[in-house]
Structures are given as C-alpha cells and as structure tokens.
Design a protein around this ligand. Structure first.
Ligand SMILES: N[C@@H](CCC[C@H](N)C(=O)O)C(=O)O
Length: 264
C-alpha cells in the first residue's frame, strides 16, 4: 500500500509529513526509522503525523529519526499552517498550539516554558537556572521544558564547541531519564543570540525550534535577553518574543519542498 508524504523543512531541520486526516496511518518505531533513513528511505530529522482534531483543527504526533516519539517540534509546528494553507490550532501531547501564517513561514505560540526539574524531568531535584553540573568544556547549564526537555549552555563561541563529540554524552546522561536536547548559545547582544543544537534522537541539526525557544527562555530567566530576540542557527534565523502572559512566540520560515509516494 503506497503512503503519500510531504517533504518540508524549517531552516534545514527537515521533516517527512504524513497527512492522515482522511485515513489512519500505522506507524511504529521501525517504520519511522525506515522512512527517516537518508540512504534507504526518504530521509528526515523528524517524522510528523497530522491527524483530524476534535477540539482543534488537527492533531500532530512527532517522532525523531531514531524512532523515539516526542512531545514537541517547533520547526515542524510552523510547517503545519503552511501545509494547510491557513491559520490553525494543533493538539499535541504537550498541549494545544496556535499557529498562524506569516511572511514565508509562520508564527507559533509555543506556550509558557517550564523550569521545574520534575517537568523536564531530571533524575533528582536541582536548581535549573544554573545547574551545578558539567561535561568537558561545558558547565553550569540552564534546563528548560518547552514541551520537550532542553539543556542550554551559554558559551563565548558555539562554533568552538565539538558538539558532535559531547552532545551524545550529555543527551544520554543518567541525570536525564528521558534523555535531553543540548543547546550551546553565544549571546551577541540583548537582542541577538548565535546557537547550535545536538538534538535528542536526531543528532546535529541545521535548526531546532524548541531549542531556540528554550535558549530564549533561559536567557530571559537569567536577565540576559530582551523580550524580542533574533536567534541565528546554522540553517538561518528565528525570532522569539515573549508575550504579556509569558508565552513564547516563535516566528520563522517553513517550506514545502515536494510531495511523493512511498511503499515503505
Ligand atoms: N527539531 C525539533 C525538535 C524535535 C524533537 C527533539 N529532538 C526532541 O527529541 O525533543 C524542533 O524544531 O523543535
């Protein structure tokens, strides 16, 4: 049976998007890995399954390329209104998100960040503002939940960090029972940040929307950033703004590249 898909990306963080609003699609970790494989499959960082909503326009489920299902995906959330061609509400396991079309992409209300250690989770209680832990050259991170868990290290030069080497060690540290996404960020001014991400279940990506959200939220919590910030990721720039009620509003591009069919 052939499976129709859409290939999309947000700043090079790429997705296979399956629209199952008109008919259920069976997915498991093995099929996700097969579809995500960049040599024998279609290839993507994450696989996104869109379904019919009851209280919302649609539902969205997210799997990393390693087959792990996760709670949030910022760049993919911007792809949904682009695919639908309209503003929409999206139900995810992390809650309801509001997305609206904007110039060449979308703006998404990603909700309020979480800072409590149990929400991430961490294996035991700890100050998540400046954690008393370190790995190699990286230490004293902040931890932030934006539907999924993130660690944020503020460093002088994010491109001087061998993230491909240290990322997997941190991702799988026993301190993080559900693993964790790892962000390194350099603050250029109160309105500009340069950052990179080692993603849980996907590795180094060109961009991580929830990573940008977490970095912005951590910087705001530490009094280092203004209420609207440009974040420069390897694949391009996102704008993060804090709403009056403390929500994270993320704006940036989202692109439909092609559609196709597969027998995988
Ligand atoms: N690239 C996504 C994040 C996808 C999930 C993440 N790797 C996790 O495991 O939590 C984004 O743009 O937020």
């Amino acid at each position: 049976m052939t499976l129709r898909f859409h290939k999309m990306h947000g700043l090079g963080n790429d997705f296979v998007v399956i629209d199952a609003r008109k008919g259920a699609v069976a997915l498991d970790a093995a099929r996700v890995r097969a579809l995500a494989d960049r040599r024998t499959g279609i290839g993507c960082d994450q696989l996104i399954l869109i379904g019919p909503g009851t209280e919302t326009d649609v539902t969205m489920r997210i799997w990393n390329g390693d087959g792990s299902e996760v709670q949030a995906c910022g760049n993919a959330t911007r792809c949904v209104p682009v695919l639908l061609g309209r503003d929409c509400t999206i139900e995810t396991v992390a809650g309801t998100l509001h997305a609206r079309l904007a110039d060449n992409g979308a703006t998404v209300d990603m909700g309020a960040p979480r800072f409590d250690w149990e929400a991430l989770p961490l294996a035991f209680a700890m100050d998540t503002r400046r954690m008393p832990v370190g790995w190699g050259l990286l230490d004293t991170p902040a931890a932030v939940g934006v539907g999924n868990p993130h660690l944020v290290f503020f460093v002088d030069d994010p491109y001087a960090i061998d993230l491909a080497a240290i990322g997997p060690e941190i991702e799988t540290d026993p301190l993080f029972p559900e693993r964790i996404n790892v962000n390194v960020a350099g603050i250029r001014s109160r309105g500009e940040v340069v950052m990179r991400t080692w993603e849980r279940g996907a590795g180094l990506t060109q961009a991580c929307g929830t990573g940008a959200c977490a970095t912005f939220a951590a910087g705001r919590r530490l009094g280092l950033l203004d209420a609207t910030v440009r974040l420069d990721l390897p694949g391009g720039a996102l704008t993060l703004a804090e709403s009056d009620d403390g929500h994270l509003l993320m704006s940036g591009p989202a692109v439909h590249v092609f559609s196709g069919e597969t027998s995988l």
